[in-house]
Design a protein. Structure first.
Length: 387
């Protein structure tokens, strides 16, 4: 099965790239392995480690697949009419393949870890093939990973390219859905195709035992012949170690905790990190607070984000990603290290937008002095909030 997955997902460096509204989940790499035997996983190169008992994020095998975009490129199967006897045989096969073992473990032919765009897309393809599977998701509800983001978040990708296989996104083609509309779409998608999603199941281990994999969630075990890792990128908030030295009077939030400017107290705000999340949050809070944005962006798209860009520019970007920046071309291989080592360029909120809003761009934050943030140029900022 791995050969099929590589055949259909490993053709391009930026194949099925999705810019879903956060700088830390925009660039999606779907080529499973490179000639050097490494696993692509959401813009990061992870060494292949087929030994049993390895951590979830570092385990790859001929039946473990990484799928992080909305369309994993699984081979298309034309729906076929089947007889009633064949349907009963398939149902019997499903019930035989998905059963509880004597030790309390549950056995499935395929376990998909993650119920976001990638996991649901894979589930849709498996369902069409009548292959038994289960989708495990840590959130309490389908789409909650989107609902938990800040209130004003919108997708960077136009609705035309934001739907999954089998059901276009129900919005005008060149509009940019809100994060809640995306969450509702994913929930409705799972219901529409009757996908077996188990929510509230946080996977904390993946190991190999004999001829199958064991997926662990606390004291629960799921055995599987195949595993699809579709967890997405950056699941753990990245906070510098010196953040603990920030004075207790200063409000400190990670971007994953930020929802609205009302969470902040009066006074200046320092936003640490000049990626898309940082830029959009800084732009928003600047309406009510003096705001600093710390860091240097990796670049910015030279065109204004909006309906015109969605209609005329985005298709060109997709074409370049699908047909020019591929691992088969010299230019694609040359660009590969940059794509996996740099953040995405600013897409919607650009530097001139930030400047016009009164946001002051400052150097990187490198430490603390007397409980206040210290910049790379030696300045110490007197702020009341840090995001």
């Amino acid at each position: 099965m791995r050969s099929k997955a590589r055949k259909h997902t490993g053709e391009t460096l930026l194949d099925h790239m999705q810019a879903f509204g956060r700088d830390d989940i925009e660039t999606v790499m779907v080529d499973l392995t490179t000639p050097d035997g490494v696993l692509w996983r959401s813009g990061a190169v992870i060494p292949a480690a087929p030994a049993p008992g390895e951590e979830l994020g570092y385990l790859t095998h001929h039946r473990v697949f990484a799928c992080l975009s909305g369309d994993c490129g699984l081979q298309e199967i034309t729906p076929q009419r089947v007889s009633k006897e064949e349907q009963m045989r398939r149902q019997s096969h499903v019930e035989e393949s998905n059963r509880r073992l004597d030790d309390g473990s549950e056995r499935f032919e395929t376990v998909i870890i993650g119920g976001g765009q990638a996991g649901l897309s894979v589930g849709h393809h498996l369902k069409r093939r009548d292959l038994p599977f289960v989708i495990l998701d840590a959130n309490e509800g389908i789409g909650d990973s989107w609902r938990k983001r800040w209130d004003s978040l919108r997708l960077f990708t136009p609705a035309r390219y934001s739907g999954l296989q089998g059901w276009p996104f129900p919005a005008p083609a060149v509009s940019f859905p809100t994060k809640d509309e995306m969450a509702d779409y994913l929930e409705a998608y799972a219901a529409r195709f009757d996908l077996p999603v188990r929510t509230g199941v946080a996977v904390d281990g993946l190991s190999r035992e004999a001829d199958r994999y064991v997926v662990a969630s606390g004291d629960r075990r799921f055995e599987a012949e195949h595993v699809v890792v579709a967890t997405g990128a950056n699941q753990v908030p990245k906070v510098p170690s010196f953040a603990d030295e920030l004075h207790s009077s200063i409000v400190q939030l990670h971007s994953s905790q930020y929802r609205h400017p009302s969470q902040l107290q009066d006074g200046a705000v320092l936003v640490v990190g000049a990626g898309n999340s940082g830029a959009e949050i800084a732009f928003e809070v600047s309406r009510t607070h003096p705001t600093y944005l710390s860091g240097k962006p990796s670049g910015q798209l030279p065109v204004r984000h909006g309906p015109a860009m969605a209609r005329f520019v985005f298709p060109v970007i997709r074409f370049v990603g699908h047909h020019v920046l591929t691992l088969r071309s010299p230019i694609g291989r040359k660009a590969q290290p940059k794509f996996i080592s740099h953040g995405a360029p600013l897409i919607r909120v650009k530097l001139k937008d930030l400047a016009a809003a009164g946001v002051e761009q400052v150097p990187r934050t490198v430490g603390m002095e007397d409980g206040r943030p210290t910049l790379e140029d030696g300045r110490v900022l007197d702020v009341s909030n840090v995001i």
